[in-house]
Design a protein around this ligand. Structure first.
Ligand code: HEC
Ligand code: HEC
Length: 229
């Protein structure tokens, strides 16, 4: 599928967007927004703040702030999506020797479309909040950071199978041990699993108070039967 590549296209497609809104036409009908959200959290959230995704990276611009004005001035979702797709395939280079510059093609093909459509649907939308996750505040941190995509944990209603089942693995572990597994995952590898699969930058991407909520949530619920489904 061809995507608008030029930011200037926004001016031309403005009329189209108004018509599309009026008819309720979904311009992103081929995109999987859930997949886009998950990939954004994994690949982009380390550098970008985006409210709906619950990410708080600060190496790159705050994407809500980046698109809020454009959106307020009438730039439509499809145009924002095009800007994001363009940035993913051809990032503007600030200084390539600066480690914080954005690598090209972190996601490609359909995945890149899904991420672009997802960002286009949420960035700079006034009043937007991340979806409410099961398990209270600690469950929210678990969900916002994509832990459930790799881990099964009943209290979070997650069924990921890339990493160990945390209901089974964390029973009998202290809070300090759980915290260490999160911030320094390669220090000790759970038997039967590979190193370097779990992201090793949570120390910098999860705020200290959220990390505490997360550790308490895992500690309090590991292996406990869940009252409500
Ligand atoms: C290593 C850090 C890093 C990662 C990872 C990263 N970005 Fe960026 N991003 C940046 C930086 C730095 C800029 C600013 C570049 C510039 O303006 O020259 C930027 C700029 C952008 C912009 C333009 C914002 C504007 O103000 O116009 C968009 C959109 C964007 N990134 C989306 C993404 C998406 C989507 C992903 C994941 C596929 C991603 N970024 C991953 C660092 C990153
Ligand atoms: C991309 C997949 C992936 C993501 C995302 C991920 N993990 Fe993991 N995790 C793993 C793998 C694989 C292991 C086992 C290897 C190791 O110990 O590093 C693991 C191990 C763990 C352990 C140790 C388990 C034990 O039996 O001692 C804990 C605790 C944990 N993860 C918590 C989390 C939390 C909390 C998050 C979200 C902030 C998270 N993980 C995100 C893949 C992931």
């Amino acid at each position: 599928m061809n995507r608008p590549r030029l930011k200037a296209a926004g001016l031309i497609s403005l009329g189209l967007a108004v018509a599309a809104l009026a008819s309720g036409c979904d311009l992103q009908e081929n995109a999987d927004l859930d997949n886009g959200r998950q990939l954004f959290i994994e690949n982009c959230g380390t550098c970008h703040y985006l409210k709906e995704a619950g990410t708080s990276g600060n190496l790159g611009p705050d994407l809500d702030a980046a698109f809020a004005n454009a959106r307020a001035e009438g730039m439509d979702q499809d145009t924002i999506e095009g800007v994001v797709a363009d940035q993913i395939s051809h990032p503007r280079y600030t200084d390539p020797s600066d480690p914080s510059y954005m690598p090209a093609e972190l996601v490609t093909g359909q995945d890149a479309e899904d991420v672009s459509a997802y960002v286009g649907s949420v960035a700079g939308v006034p009043g937007i909040e991340p979806p409410t996750a099961p398990g209270g505040p600690g469950g929210q941190v678990f969900a916002n950071n994509g832990c459930g995509s790799c881990h099964t944990f009943a209290a979070a209603e997650s069924q990921g199978a890339v990493g160990p089942n945390l209901d089974e693995g964390l029973q009998g572990q202290s809070k300090a041990m759980i915290e260490e597994s999160i911030v320094d995952p390669n220090k000790e590898i759970t038997q039967g699993f590979q190193p370097n699969i779990m992201p090793d930058n949570y120390q910098s991407t999860i705020e200290a108070k959220d990390l505490q909520l997360l550790v308490d949530f895992l500690y309090d619920n590991a292996g406990k039967p869940q009252k409500q489904k």
